[in-house]
Design a protein around this ligand. Structure first.
Ligand code: FBP
Length: 321
């Protein structure tokens, strides 16, 4: 079978320019994968020695991945700017007539980098609205995303993506190229797993604790659920996409607005989930309908199989009365 690269695949379905964006994302993430695979042999573990806009200690791989993505995407005339978890403001390339803004979390799961556990890159693509207003484009609702995806750097390196016409996966081959490996991916309607950092449970609103207890007791229809939590959003989401179930990061007393970021964590995964037949909410509201006010805005995130997500949304709305 002829190998189809992610750039070729997107060019065929969504045009040359978006194809080029995926070509650049594929190239950069292929290089990041190599750096991670050989991390123990080069000085990329540990802190970089700077704090990012989130107030987090930047890891060396965060900075490496961020710089590489900015360089690869900045080389395309069709990309007006990028918005990154690591940078306070959009990086504007001042490319006249450019079509897209690419929004990304360059290295997701930073706490797992040094312990050789799956980490990832998450991205979203928005179309430019008015000439030059890159922030307005980045702040568009998730429903307007032109494309979204993520890469899991694991035993196998996989990119999962959508341009709004179903979900496909590409596997990094021995030549460092992402090659088509699955099409028309569907999330099971209900799954055996829930995924949450239960160390925060005491600080969750009661409705979330009750919902998890219901799943553990098998009171959500079907068998009692089992727990899985890796602590890298991409890895926990990827399992949920393939096996079903629900990932939840509710509001907590420490983070009443949630921990995860709307534009480059929740929105892209919500688009993938919905395109695969799943769902995503912040509790009462569909993630993709949320209107961001600032680029590093946080949100609670409940994403996964339709059965669990809709049941939890109903419970939250019920609790809000
Ligand atoms: P970053 O690593 O990109 O900052 O992402 C945040 C994250 O690490 C997610 O990958 C993960 O789901 C979550 O935070 C883990 O949070 P906690 O340690 O509170 O469970």
């Amino acid at each position: 079978m002829d190998k189809v690269t992610v750039g070729q695949y997107v060019e065929k379905s969504a045009g040359h320019e978006l194809g080029a964006v995926f070509g650049a994302l594929g190239k950069a993430c292929g290089e990041i994968a190599k750096k991670i695979r050989l991390a123990g042999l080069s000085d990329v573990y540990g802190a970089y020695g700077a704090v990012n806009v989130q107030g987090e200690q930047q890891q060396k791989l965060d900075v490496y991945a961020n710089d590489l993505l900015i360089e690869r995407l900045g080389g395309l005339q069709c990309v007006a700017a990028v918005v990154s978890e690591e940078d306070d403001a959009p990086v504007d390339f001042y490319h006249a007539g450019a079509k897209f803004v690419v929004i990304f979390d360059p290295l997701d799961g930073s706490s797992n980098i040094d312990v050789n556990v799956n980490v990832g890159t998450i991205f979203s693509v928005q179309a430019m609205a008015a000439e030059g207003d890159v922030t307005a484009a980045a702040l568009k609702a998730g429903t307007e995303q032109v494309a979204a995806g993520y890469v899991v750097y694991g035993p196998s390196c996989v990119m999962v993506m959508t341009t709004g016409d179903g979900v496909s996966a590409f596997t990094l081959d021995e030549d460092g190229v992402f090659v088509l490996s699955s099409e028309g991916m569907k999330m099971p309607a209900q799954g055996p797993y829930y995924s949450a950092n239960e160390a925060n449970a005491a600080g969750w609103p009661g409705v979330y604790r009750e919902f998890v207890a219901k799943m553990v007791k098998g009171e959500l229809g079907g068998k009692a659920y089992s727990a899985r939590y890796i602590g890298s959003l991409v890895a926990d989401f990827h399992r949920t996409l393939l096996k079903g179930g629900v990932f939840l990061y509710p509001p907590t007393d420490k983070a009443p607005k949630g921990k995860l970021r709307l534009l480059y964590e929740a929105n892209p995964l919500a688009m993938i989930a919905e395109q695969a037949g799943g769902a995503a909410v912040n509790g009462p509201t569909r993630i993709l309908d949320l209107q961001a006010e600032k680029i590093h805005e946080r949100t609670p995130l409940i994403v996964g199989s339709k059965r669990e997500v809709e049941a939890l949304q109903k419970a939250v709305l019920g609790a809000q009365g």
